[in-house]
Design a protein around this ligand. Structure first.
Ligand SMILES: [Zn+2]
Ligand SMILES: [Zn+2]
Length: 254
């Protein structure tokens, strides 16, 4: 709301407060996904909440993939046992599927940046194991041409929301995307990993030697992007690298 600059400060505050009450009264809070009226702002309705698959223990100690049965302290999944990733630990809030897709897409394309506040709180909670003791959050960067078109980077938005929820500080531009990569949408795991190879670099003059860093992104699909970012951070001397995403795709059977 724009008020005349001549209005005394206490009056401006009152007008803002009244305006707020009116807006809240006229527009009841809506479910973040389907838009039905809900009791609290920035929440999901019961149906959407129940449809989401939130990751929880028991899970792989390295990548956080949920196990169907308790496997004992420190147990790792087949993929992590087979090939050690460049990052040390990864966690995600929820499974990336047809129910959570709407949430992710509206953050990416819908200009619903207020969504990020709630999602950041969820990520702070789900990622507490890797956020506690971390020095910096490093959002996966967009190429500047894409940033220009979209006006914001959803990964950076989530990182700032995690920080606002009590997480570590954000290093928003430390990781740079030096070339524009074709959309990963239809690519398989191998093609994705080739697609992002060499796409990232650490901004000159940034010192991450020995630091504990957490890569932040909205979705982890094959993990190629996170893996490449972690490789770059590791090579630049990072002491420990975690990955925290809002959603993560889980292949059938894994
Ligand atoms: Zn809903
Ligand atoms: Zn694993």
């Amino acid at each position: 709301m724009r008020l005349p600059a001549t209005l005394p400060a206490h009056l401006r505050r009152t007008v803002h407060r009244v305006g707020r009450v009116i807006i809240d009264g006229v527009l009841p809070p809506r479910c973040l996904t389907c838009g039905v009226a809900v009791d609290e702002p920035d929440a999901l309705c019961a149906i959407c909440w129940n449809a989401m698959t939130f990751f929880a223990a028991p899970c792989c100690a390295v990548c956080g993939l949920p196990f169907a049965h308790p496997m004992g302290e420190g147990a790792v999944c087949g993929a992590c046992a087979g090939q050690k990733p460049h990052w040390d630990r990864a966690r995600a809030v929820m499974r990336y599927d047809k129910h959570s897709r709407g949430l992710v897409l509206s953050l990416k394309h819908g200009d619903r940046t207020h969504l990020a506040c709630s999602l950041g709180r969820w990520m702070r909670r789900a990622g507490s194991e890797i956020l506690d003791g971390a020095d910096l959050l490093v959002p996966v960067p967009l190429h500047w041409t894409r940033l220009f078109a979209r006006r914001y980077n959803q990964a950076a938005l989530l990182a700032h929301a995690i920080r606002a929820a009590g997480g570590p500080p954000v290093a928003p531009d430390w990781l740079v995307r030096r070339r524009r990569t074709p959309s990963q949408g239809r690519l398989g795991p191998l093609a994705r990993s080739r697609n992002v190879r060499g796409a990232f670099t650490l901004r000159q003059g940034r010192n991450i030697a020995g630091k504990r860093l957490v890569i932040i992104d909205d979705v982890m699909t094959t993990g190629a992007t996170a893996e490449e970012c972690a490789r770059v951070l590791r090579r630049a001397g990072a002491g420990w690298v975690g990955v925290l995403t809002l959603a993560r795709a889980v292949r059938a059977g894994s």
